[in-house]
Design a protein around this ligand. Sequence first.
Ligand code: NAD
Length: 502
Amino acid sequence: MTGQAGATVVAERASQQERRALRNFIGGRFVEGGKPFDIYDPATGLVHATAYEADKAIVDQAVRAARKAVEGEWGRMTLARRRALLIRVAERIEERFDEFLEAEIADTGKPHELAHHLDIPRGAANFRVFADAIANLSTETFEMDTPDGGKALNYAVRKPLGVVGVISPWNLPLLLMTWKVAPAMACGNAVIVKPSEETPSTTTLLGEVMAEVGIPDGAFNVIHGFGPDSAGEFLVQHPGVRAITFTGETRTGSAIMKAAAPTVKALSFELGGKNPAVVFADADLDAAIAGLSRAAFLNTGQVCLAPERIYVERPVFDRFVAGMKGKAEALRAGLPNDHGTTLGPLISDEHREKVLGYYKLAVDEGATVVTGGGVPKLDGAAANGYFVEPTIWTGLAHDARVCREEIFGPACAIIPFDSEEDAIRMANDTEYGLASSVWTTNLSRAHRVGRAMEVGISWVNCWFLRDLRTPFGGAKMSGVGREGGEHSINFYSEPSNICIKL
Ligand code: NAD
């Protein structure tokens, strides 16, 4: 199909009024087959698309197509050509920006402004970043003495792993999926993506883009479906897949690890968190309130890095809580394209039930509800959307269940502390270790506390700021391995040593 952009790609995009049909994309084309399932618009509760669940035979078809790509045109392609194609993917996402935007908004209900500034641009940027990252890599060389008094030269060559399975979540669908697809393809692997069953639209659209720009058949494949006993598990179990890169819940990571064990796959996991923030009395308090209210409520709290526990030094506790309350109450829930909407819905009714369960539990555990705690009253189409109020609690013990378990909603507990040691101890007292955010104007303390945090990324006086070349991942039960820049390249390729006796 390479080079026949558009002509043979049957994207099956229905008119605005009809449901979109999201087919599995295998070997450069959309294929028939699979059991249909509904995709909901969380802002309205209405079905907006139908996806087709890949069974074992379809997953096998995808693995065979991917293998063929690795052994064929994609595997033989020069690095220069591969890089040029990945840059074309980024450009094509930008050219079709509005379609990606509309698809992401339909699946997630997130505010237009957010998807416009974060999700879609980062989706395109990931391809540029990894096209660059692959350009200037060196490998190791060692000249050695041999027992017979001669010399031998050892040098490593970097090879792709082969077929890589990418399993992604629903909170930042395009952004998180391309964060793994781009480096995997930059290294010359063929990928099979299993997007979240809640948010398959932008991944499907990316299939069209791959075909349009001339990515060889089978280098990028999409299979739809669920996790256990469905496309996700079939992909993990398949002996033809050499690596699984996964973003999602910790307990899903554990299930994947188990299912991948018989075929000893390489694994990279970005998992859940229960992230602490620490605000010292010497911090710029207005900046801390602005930064941490954004951190707690962005994407309706459905960000793995969001701080759900905020420890505040006692002298500034009341002022901080009042400031956060003001910010939470200024958020406007509503439809994504309505002017002034700053808070979207949760992803599903089921997830809303889970979050509301924590809202109730917090009260049962003795919380003072500073603001929120319920469901906002909305009119019109949004009345049936999966909205909840942004919520702040005080008065909770640091070891309450709501302070230990990941909620993944717009909620945080604010807890006072009296000493730096106390703050560090409470922040680290968790099985998770994804991210932390420390606020202080004392440079030595910034480094000391930032370093003491048992996390993959420790922000100081900021949150969500990242150079994409830096290592990203979680400590403890928040992940396995690191991705980002060269760290991604190291996961998606393996060195093979050649030793020549001279
Ligand atoms: P999830 O674990 O429920 O699902 C993620 C993906 O895994 C989906 O595509 C799902 O279909 C698939 N899956 C589920 N069970 C599977 C199985 N047994 N085998 C194979 N695949 C399976 O996660 P979610 O609810 O989509 O996303 C929210 C979670 O993701 C939160 O815990 C959040 O913290 C985490 N997350 C982490 C990061 C990070 O960078 N560390 C980023 C975003 C989200």
